[in-house]
Design a protein around this ligand. Structure first.
Ligand SMILES: Cc1cc2nc3c(=O)[nH]c(=O)nc-3n(C[C@H](O)[C@H](O)[C@H](O)COP(=O)(O)OP(=O)(O)OC[C@H]3O[C@@H](n4cnc5c(N)ncnc54)[C@H](O)[C@@H]3O)c2cc1C
Length: 451
């Protein structure tokens, strides 16, 4: 839709629904972006993708918010790279690539994110130990700087701006497009291995011993388990299946593209449905439903990477108060922090519907990029009053261990902890002073953390 003028401020939320603010939403074309930046008022402007970051990075109270640019993909170049507009979703990109025998090297737990949002948060997936994060798979980025200048930035020609933009939460410029690397695949299926493990030690040991044997790996943790079962998990790993592994229906259409969500949560129920008894029953069922060991099971891309995408607007199930996702990373030798967090969650009986553990490979040079080598734990909590003191305690433990929390999920971190978590923060602030002295780019996150 062209930028024919907004009707006025509207209330926007992060995906968790626990934070909201009113900004004026514009629907730009690529040509409008520089003009919009020039016209930004004292509260500035921020680009927004599909609003899948949980907290406040894509919100701008009292300012302007740019909706995603229209989808534009291709053609696929002979070297497997593809040019896309920043507003293209990974869902559309995967549907373009699969029939051509290609796939994205890095996908987060949902396909409903834009390329601009994936770059600005430098998102990671289950392949981080092998493929790094989104910014590692990009050839070049088209950026409109705060002064309206358009630039194509690469890690080779403009390393400083490139690595400030990857993970830069939309604050170095508006991304309008990118050239991305893709990987060859023979099928749209994953050859998976599922393993049920009885406690945290077993999970950590198994991941250290053999994650590197698989392209993708993630553990779902039962946060209700305590005592000797603390951290029990279902570890799920996989590789792209080859054609000769398929039979029957899958062999008839080996590169079948994933479809849209099958079910929709039509409205926000007045009371959250993610309650402790419901979560407890789910956790119990999920753990015991998993096999002790199952190898060679074929799963679709949706089943393996994006199970939540089957239900549109599933975040509404948390009710009007919404929910918070907390994601930390700590170095590999500090698995005691993972244990401590799980102990506190289980002791205080916080209902966490979804808790996942991954083992990151080395991080990239992104100044505010989240992944660094070690353990990353992500937990979803319904928003409750007693959550803040516990998460503040977790922050302290994470900082003391040399770790950090993920800004794409955050809406509550105390600003004084940020410099220890992100050692290139001072460089980032200095670059912003140079690039954007008038602060045309602003967001609720940027103001809260003085980014
Ligand atoms: C179910 C679910 C699973 C998830 N799993 C993972 C996961 O496994 N790994 C992971 O890393 N993340 C994960 N996430 C988080 C999600 O991948 C990121 O928050 C992602 O960046 C959201 O993309 P978006 O297009 O919705 O961007 P938004 O949430 O709308 O915006 C995110 C940031 O990107 C910036 N931005 C957006 N477009 C542009 C642009 N054109 N130019 C400049 N800046 C821009 C915004 O300003 C904002 O700072 C998950 C989220 C959900 C809901």
């Amino acid at each position: 839709m062209p930028d024919d003028g907004p009707l006025g401020p509207e209330v926007l939320t992060g995906w968790g629904g626990a934070v909201r603010s009113a900004g004026t939403l514009h629907h730009p074309t690529a040509a409008d972006v520089a003009r919009r930046l020039g016209a930004a008022g004292p509260r500035g402007l921020i680009a927004r993708g599909l609003g899948r970051s949980y907290g406040d990075p894509a919100l701008n109270a009292g300012g302007d918010v740019l909706a995603p640019l229209p989808t534009a993909i291709g053609p696929l170049a002979g070297d497997g790279t593809v040019e896309v507009s920043a507003g293209t979703s990974l869902h559309d990109l995967v549907r373009f690539l699969l029939p051509r025998g290609r796939f994205v090297p890095v996908t987060p737990g949902t396909r409903y994110v834009t390329v601009g949002g994936a770059l600005a948060c430098d998102v990671h997936g289950k392949s981080h130990h092998r493929s790094g994060s989104f910014g590692d798979q990009v050839v070049s980025v088209d950026l409109v700087l705060p002064d309206g200048t358009a630039r194509t930035v690469t890690p080779e020609t403009d390393a400083e701006l490139y690595w400030a933009t990857v993970g830069g939460m939309g604050l170095t410029g508006v991304i309008t497009g990118a050239r991305l690397r893709t990987v060859p695949v023979e099928t749209a299926y994953l050859d998976t291995t599922t393993r049920r493990l009885g406690d945290l030690d077993a999970v950590l040991a198994e991941m250290v011993a053999s994650d590197d044997d698989y392209a993708y790996s993630v553990a779902w943790i039962d946060t209700d388990a305590r005592g000797s079962s603390l951290g029990r998990a279902v570890l799920s790993r996989g590789d792209h299946a080859t054609r000769d592994q398929l039979s029957g229906r899958s062999a008839a259409d080996p590169l079948a593209v994933p479809g849209p969500p099958r079910v929709t949560v039509p409205f926000v129920p007045p009371v959250g449905l993610v309650t402790r008894p419901a979560v407890r029953a789910f956790n119990e069922l999920w753990f015991h439903k998993a096999p002790r060991l199952r190898t060679g099971e074929l799963q679709t891309i949706s089943q393996f990477f994006h199970p939540l995408d089957g239900v549109a607007h599933w975040n509404r199930l948390y009710g009007p108060r919404g929910f918070v996702q907390y994601q930390l990373v700590v170095p590999e030798h500090r698995d005691d922090v993972v244990r401590s967090v799980l102990e506190q969650v289980s002791r205080d009986r916080h209902p966490t519907f979804l808790t996942v553990l991954k083992r990151f490979g080395p991080g990239n040079p992104g100044w505010l990029s989240f992944p660094t080598a070690g353990w990353t734990l992500a937990l979803d909590f319904p928003a409750r009053r007693d959550l803040a003191p516990m998460l503040d305690r977790f922050d302290e433990e994470v900082v003391a261990a040399g770790g950090r929390v993920y800004l794409a999920k955050d809406a509550r971190l105390r600003p004084e902890l940020l410099p220890a978590m992100y050692p290139r923060l001072a460089d980032f602030r200095e670059l912003r002073d140079r690039l954007d002295p008038e602060r045309r780019l602003q967001s609720d996150l940027a103001r809260r953390l003085s980014l």
